[in-house]
Design a protein around this ligand. Structure first.
Ligand code: FES
Length: 149
């Protein structure tokens, strides 16, 4: 789908994420050299109803933030938190405020809400190549990444 000349991909319906919640997606992107790269993504919906996206990769050791218990947030839900060594990130900026990667930050991903969908902007996702569609793949991945409470 193209919006004003920028390639956009629908990731999920806006109401698929609760306010104050987050969802992880395991996607693949095509880089400038045409190579396929894993593209783990976390989409956050703030209590103010904004949608924010980050590459789901801790700047310390490169793991998914929700590694382990499947949780993206600190217990008070005020911050993002890495499940491996407990780095704390500001939700609005992705800046690491405490932990082994203090001073670094999560890589932001541009999102837009279009027609009730959260869409990724300006990233070439792998699709139309016999691979499962990113949405179906994300659903499957969620079962692995997110443990039920
Ligand atoms: S891997 Fe995230 S804090 Fe160490």
């Amino acid at each position: 789908m193209a919006q004003d000349g920028i390639e956009v991909f629908a990731i999920c319906a806006t109401d698929a994420i609760e306010r104050g919640g987050a969802r992880g997606f395991s996607l693949s992107r095509i880089d400038e050299a045409g190579e396929t790269r894993p593209f783990p993504l976390v989409v956050l919906r703030t209590f103010a109803n904004d949608y924010l996206g980050y590459v789901n990769r801790c700047p310390h050791d490169g793991v998914w933030l929700n590694i382990g218990a499947g949780e993206f947030f600190s217990p008070d839900r005020a911050f993002l938190k890495c499940g491996r060594h407990g780095a704390i990130f500001e939700i609005e900026s992705g800046a690491c405020l405490d932990g082994p990667c203090k001073g670094k930050g999560l890589e932001p991903v541009a999102l837009a809400v279009i027609d009730g969908d959260v869409c990724l902007c300006g990233v070439r996702l792998l699709e139309d190549s016999g691979m499962p569609d990113p949405f179906a793949d994300a659903e499957e991945t969620m079962d692995i990444m997110i443990h039920p409470d």
